[in-house]
Write a protein that binds this ligand. Structure first.
Ligand code: UDP
Length: 342
């Protein structure tokens, strides 16, 4: 048996890819997920890829009694990767309390248990949303944080502050926050990927669903921004590359190679792509023509953001490897598999 890692939200999009990468290097993975935005079949798919079935416990992390019982049952956990959270920006504007309660209380429940059950190592899912629209590009880890654009974004900013303050007074606790840019794509096996419920808010699922004929037309939100072609610029990071950053972070914590007990890293490619460039690259890599139109700006969108990955490259020793071309193809292969398209 390898060293045991708890992955909360392990049947979700990034969580499931991370479970596979952890298993690939010998970790023994236990998942907690309430299946509020994923399905139990993901556990089967993970097993198909890795040949190993991860332990799976279904409950919501707000239930502190169940979480206590969990830590009494699994006594060998050495590290936790905490993905479980609500992530729909628009919904968070409509239901701020739901987001604050779910995302913040679950983190605090985990921190309570880490202290009580002597688990020292935590990797936290953060986001480039903590930077808002930065004054300078690319953003480094030390670029000043701006007020969050949404309650969702604010839960990530507040969570980082909670972690910083708790680390200060908890001598054994070590935390790495990974600030993801825009995760896209799917596992090369096409057995796991992103499965948004309802109409996708994010660009790439909307593109693949349009290509699959589920959506009639992609709307590109704005072509009058101050960017290469007027559409917004983001740093799209391959989900498997992103998953690997978590494995490196876990090893860094377990092997005690972190210099600071609270560290945070930008996890992106370092290169920005515009919405129109993403659409063109999708068409090139898949050979599928997309039906799209330019519409008005989407409120709350930042104009452009991409990562300075110098610190992640040098300190963490992690680098994005997969091209946008290959990543968009992986997203399409996943969409085709789940829709039964040849
Ligand atoms: N976008 C778009 N059409 C869509 C969805 C997204 O033009 O149907 C644009 C959006 O305006 C943004 C980029 O794609 O510039 C990435 O949006 P997404 O929601 O995927 O990520 P985020 O806004 O969190 O960066």
């Amino acid at each position: 048996m390898g060293r045991q890692v708890l992955v909360t939200g392990g049947t979700g999009y990034i969580g499931s890819h991370t479970v596979v990468e952890l298993q690939a290097v010998g970790f023994d993975v236990v998942i907690i997920d309430d299946l509020s935005n994923s399905s139990a079949e993901v556990v089967d798919q993970i097993e198909k890829i890795s040949g190993i079935r991860p332990a799976f416990e279904e409950f919501n992390l707000l239930d502190s009694e169940k979480l206590e019982a969990f830590f009494k049952k699994y006594t060998g956990i050495e590290a936790i990767i905490h993905f479980a959270a609500f992530k729909a920006v628009g919904e968070s504007v409509e239901k701020p309390l739901l987001y604050y309660r779910n995302n913040l209380v679950s983190l605090m429940n985990i921190l309570d248990c880490m202290s009580e059950y002597k688990v020292a190592n935590l990797v936290f899912s953060s986001s480039c949303t903590v930077y808002g629209q930065p004054d300078q590009l690319p953003v480094t880890e030390n670029t000043p944080k701006k007020d969050a654009e949404s309650p969702y974004g604010n839960t990530k900013a507040i969570s980082e502050e909670v972690l910083r303050d708790v680390v200060k007074v908890t001598p054994d606790l070590k935390v790495i926050a990974l600030r993801y840019f825009n995760p896209i794509g799917a596992h090369p096996s096409a057995l796991i990927g992103e499965l948004p419920r309802g109409v996708p808010n994010n660009l790439v699922p909307f593109i693949t669903q349009t290509a699959a004929g589920i959506r009639q037309q992609l709307s590109i939100f704005g072509d009058d921004y101050d960017t290469v072609d007027g559409s917004c610029v983001r740093d799209y990071i391959n989900v498997v590359d992103l998953a690997k950053a978590h494995v490196i972070a876990i090893n860094r914590l377990i092997n005690n190679t972190n210099s600071d007990r609270f560290e945070f890293f930008n996890i992106g490619t370092g290169t920005g792509a515009s919405v129109i460039e993403v659409v063109q690259t999708f068409e090139e890599s898949t050979g599928v023509k997309l039906n799209y139109k330019i519409v008005a700006r989407r409120p709350g969108d930042v104009e452009k953001i991409y990562a300075d990955t110098t610190i992640a490259n040098s300190v963490l020793g992690w680098k994005a490897e997969t091209s946008l071309y290959d990543t968009l193809l992986s997203a399409w292969n996943w969409e085709k598999r789940i829709r039964g398209i040849n």
